[in-house]
Design a binder for this molecule. Sequence first.
Ligand code: AP5
Length: 213
Amino acid sequence: MIAGAPASGKGTQCELIKAKYGLVHISAGDLLRAEIATGTDNGKQAKEFMEKGQLVPDEIVVNMVKGRLLQPDAQEKGWLLDGYPRSYSQAMALETLGIRPDIFILLDVPDELLVERVVGRRLDPETGKIYHLKYSPPENEEIASRLTQRFDDTEEKVKLRLQTHYQNIESLVSIYEDVIVKVNGNTTVEDVFGEIEKLLTSSLDKKTEMVAS
Ligand code: AP5
């Protein structure tokens, strides 16, 4: 599992983790945006909460994520949950299914950097790649011309999202205290990934040893 404040770098690191470890990346935010894009009732309701920077109600989110998590590819290859759980009740929904992570990565980035990261973020709708106008600019003009911005990526909305994050994160810390690791997210993308790589490789080694013994 990977958690952290809005724009702390979860999605960016998930792309790299997925490429190296072949895990199935399940992002609650991406699943919700897909519902919005297809115009479902769940999507319409979810958008109202996302606009306000609030958590989308459990009735929508819990089954949506559980359903994805239980699909065969995630069960076979292993999963990487991004932005879920975000509250005590969401974590409990997984606990009752006996689903726990091997490791819970909490990205730590000072609040004052998050606004700049959010307003500069752009997405490539063709590849799904995450860019930043200053820190990870697009490779060429063709990509630059098709980049889009998320509807909740404004300074005003990120402040609300940040408040929601702080209201909920402590309850998760207590549930996952045996597997939680704080990672400094205030370095380059590559350095953050280097830290995560060390943690994941050591966690995998431990798992392999346990299976062998
Ligand atoms: P979600 O889509 O999950 O948004 P979020 O948590 O606010 O996180 P972001 O996606 O904004 O940021 P990120 O940490 O992935 O950062 P990124 O890698 O893109 O959720 C959106 C909304 O959906 C929520 O507000 C809520 O309403 C709802 N929702 C979602 N999950 C829910 C749940 N479980 N329950 C209920 N509701 C839920 O990076 C950001 C920018 O910084 C990019 O431009 C990137 O290029 C740049 N960057 C990344 N790393 C670095 C670095 N090391 N140095 C410099 N720049 C960097």
